[in-house]
Design a protein around this ligand. Structure first.
Ligand code: ADP
Ligand code: MG
Length: 544
């Protein structure tokens, strides 16, 4: 299963490497080969004799070392079974077989068909994986998940991709493409939807047969070509329509002895280079990935093989590498080279990832862009929410001035009729200046009235004093001896008239007083209103 604890995660993300040794074969026997390896008790370490110094040995450690008598079942359970389980969770998985020609790659991957019920089950990783997948589908079968299994099978030879399932034999040079839905895929490769393990195995058998018979002599071309079987498992959730796509790559690589330069002539060397390009690239890709140079360019695109397997090498796939080795001193150099390759591959770190509806290292770039787009939209939503907050606050301010708004229906009409605040201010300012002008006019009249009354008062006061003086003089004249009784009688009548006129003057002065007070009050009020109006103007201008 997918690692969940930190310890497990560390273990699970590296490529798991398994070394498998086959029994010594007849050629090695004939050439007096002897066993040149020693298995350690920990079942993970192998000691290999150094060719030069017989008593010294070199140690190599892997996740597991399988001895000559190991069964296909043991190999499958450790190297492949856990990966097949993960396919159902939407992970990609790859099982590679690497080693020299005759090392046991095809035996490990394909094995031998089961002849009868009682014979030892010699079937390899591929048929066991296929059976496992369909067993799981049947045992997992429930209403909410629909499974679709499709298969493609191709071979890379001389950097050309040949379709092993193509009935027309025309698809001999296919291209590789990438898209969001499918990840990295072989463009135009026959894809067959299968409904049972037997159907799938029949199809693969036909493909394998095509591979083997096309060689000029037995095992020649097949040892120089890479066979890649791709099984895709789509699990569709019928409730939420998500599709988890697990992909399984089962890879039988070309013989590793082709990697090293032989003493070939120029022309043969060119041909050999082309034949080996994919395997050489695989070595370089693994080297780059394990040197851990920061931002180092990984040359996946340099060959067809590394491009197809991009996700299995330092990508999002889980991967097992099985190195198939000879135990014999006769093939010691090849065995050492194979063990070294395996040791290096152990340091590759993959980051297994669930593929829901899409996948592939290049597809990740597209996904990243989509994630960016989503966070950009989220920011926009946040900005809009802020803006809505501001509008809400303005609404509250509006309500605090005009009270609660009427229900929806009338709201807009009512709102339209409400004069806008600036307009109201404007109108108030205009009204204010009209009032000011009127107050000014009134205060002017009041001033005139005050001046007039003050002159009238002066005049009347003078008259009153004149009347007073006249009576005083008349009283003195009456006291004179020459004044007759008759004159005194007439004088009394005039004095009465003067007294009456003086009294009238006092009366007018009294009635002038309210008029004076009123005009003064108007002037003071007009002065106040001017002061207030000025303040009002100032405030209003500051607000704008
Ligand atoms: P490769 O594909 O690496 O060239 P093969 O898988 O064809 O090598 O193996 C070469 C021969 O050795 C075959 O006859 C195969 O049956 C035999 N062989 C390989 N591995 C084993 C093994 N672990 N046990 C028994 N026989 C094996
Ligand atoms: Mg083979």
């Amino acid at each position: 299963m997918i690692p969940s604890t930190k310890k497990d995660a560390k273990k699970g993300t590296g490529i798991q490497v398994f070394a498998r040794f086959r029994p010594q074969n007849s050629i090695e026997d004939k050439n007096k080969g002897h066993e040149a390896i020693k298995f350690d008790k920990d079942e993970k370490t192998i000691a290999v004799m150094t060719p030069e110094k017989k008593n010294e040995s070199q140690m190599y450690t892997f996740d597991k070392v399988f001895k000559q008598n190991s069964t296909q079942d043991e190999v499958y359970n450790l190297a492949a079974r856990p990966l097949i389980e993960d396919l159902f969770s939407g992970y990609y998985a790859t099982v590679f077989a690497y080693g020299q020609t005759g090392g046991g790659k095809t035996y490990t991957m394909e094995g031998k068909p089961k002849k009868d019920k009682d014979a030892e089950d010699l079937r390899g990783v591929i048929p066991r994986a296929v059976e496992h997948i369909f067993d799981r589908i049947e045992s997992k079968s429930d209403e909410s998940t629909e499974y679709t299994v499709t298969v493609s099978y191709v071979e890379i030879y001389m950097e050309k991709i040949r379709d092993l399932l193509d009935a027309t034999n025309t698809k001999n040079n296919l291209g590789i493409r990438v898209d969001l839905q499918r990840g990295v895929y072989v463009d135009g490769a026959t894809e067959i939807v299968v409904n049972s393990d037997l159907e799938l195995l029949k199809i693969l058998e036909r493909g394998s047969h095509k591979r083997h018979v096309s060689g000029t002599s037995m095992n020649v071309e097949s040892s120089r070509s890479h066979a890649i079987c791709m099984i895709s498992l789509a699990a569709k959730n019928v409730n939420d329509f998500t599709i988890k796509t697990g992909k399984l790559f089962l890879v039988d690589l070309a013989g590793s002895e082709m990697v090293r330069k032989t003493g070939a002539t120029d022309q043969r060397l060119q041909e050999a280079k082309q034949i080996n390009k994919s395997l050489t690239s695989l070595g370089i890709v693994i080297k780059t990935l394990t040197e851990r140079k920061l931002n180092a360019h990984v040359p996946y695109r340099d060959s067809k093989l590394t491009r197809i397997l991009q996700d299995s090498l330092g990508g999002t796939s889980r991967a097992s590498l099985i190195i198939a080795c000879s135990p014999s001193s006769f093939n010691l150099a090849e065995t050492v080279s194979t063990l070294r390759f395996g040791t290096r591959a152990k340091f590759i770190k993959n980051k297994p990832r669930v593929h829901v509806g899409y996948g592939g290292t290049e597809a990740e770039e597209l996904l990243r862009k989509r994630d960016e787009e989503i966070s950009r939209l989220k920011e926009q939503i946040a900005a809009l929410t802020d803006a809505a907050d501001v509008v809400n606050k303005e609404n509250q301010a509006f309500r605090s001035v005009y009270g609660e708004l009427p229900p929806d229906a009338e709201l807009t009409e009512e709102f339209k009729r409400k004069p806008k605040l600036p307009q109201q201010f404007q109108r108030a300012v205009e009204y204010c200046s009209i009032l000011e002008a009127e107050v000014f006019a009134i205060s002017k009249e009041a001033k005139l009235v005050r001046h007039a009354t003050s002159e009238i008062r002066q005049h009347i006061v003078t008259q009153r004093d004149v009347f007073g003086e006249a009576r005083h003089q008349m009283a003195a004249a009456f006291r004179a001896p020459e004044c007759t009784e008759e004159m005194r009688g007439k004088g009394r009548e005039v004095d009465e008239i003067l007294a009456m006129a003086r009294w009238r003057s006092e009366d007018v002065l009294k009635s002038l007083r309210p008029l004076e007070r009123a005009s003064l009050a108007i002037e003071v009020a007009a002065k106040d209103s001017k002061t207030f109006g000025g303040q009002y103007h100032n405030n209003n201008n500051n607000n704008n």
